[in-house]
Design a protein around this ligand. Sequence first.
Ligand code: ZN
Length: 277
Amino acid sequence: MVHAEIGVIGGSGFYSFLQEVTELQVETPYGLPSDSLYVGELAGRQVAFLPRHGRGHHLPPHRINYRANLWALRSLGVRQVLGPCAVGGLRPEYGPGTLLVPDQLVDRTKSRAQTFFDGHPLPDGTIPNVVHTTFADPYCPVGRDAALAAARGRDWEPVDGGTMVVVEGPRFSTRAESQWHAAMGWSVVGMTGHPEAVLARELGLCYTSMALVTDLDAGVETGEGVSHSEVLKVFGENVGRLRAVLFDTVAALPRTEDRACLCTRAHEGWDLGIELP
Ligand SMILES: [Zn+2]
């Protein structure tokens, strides 16, 4: 049985050069994850990589099976998850190449399954109870500290904290939407950060977002608005150092049995009605 303790949800650029990667197809009560899970050793830790959009990037943000992704990772033993993602900057000073480790999240998605605890029976007949998960602080404080330190260690001064607003997509924001997001004081805009973070919390996993700014959002920049090719270009230019920061973060995360953060107490006082994997 292949085991992993840390999960990374991100593109194939993060694991493709690892030696001795085991590819696993994992089924879950919620269907199949975005792709196979790729497990390899990194800094002495067993890490499972999952391409969020699938190989070839065939899944748009609103069609990603987030529940299957988090469930599959947990079923391998994963208890800490890193979620690198591309975002748009909502402040002029957060230009392309900025790395922001958010501490807050705003959900503006529309159509996504965002809980495991909806009272809907699983295929094995067990029924999850209705559970209201504490989510005031959506990200793992220990994982955040590790990511920030890793970035500084690579001479990439990160933005410590900020709010990621997550929109439904797949289109980019209008100028008016973007100006509204900025006026609310939010920092960056993305399309995948929700429900990934809350589903991780519901499974008692630590989740840390690492947001790479690939463009200034439409309400902030003065040109023609965000284009997909621009996003891909900036991501490509930064994937190497993002990978380095990611790997240093993996090395710095606590052992599973040493976790003492709030994430581990997500289920305190609740009868879940189902067995978590
Ligand atoms: Zn945690």
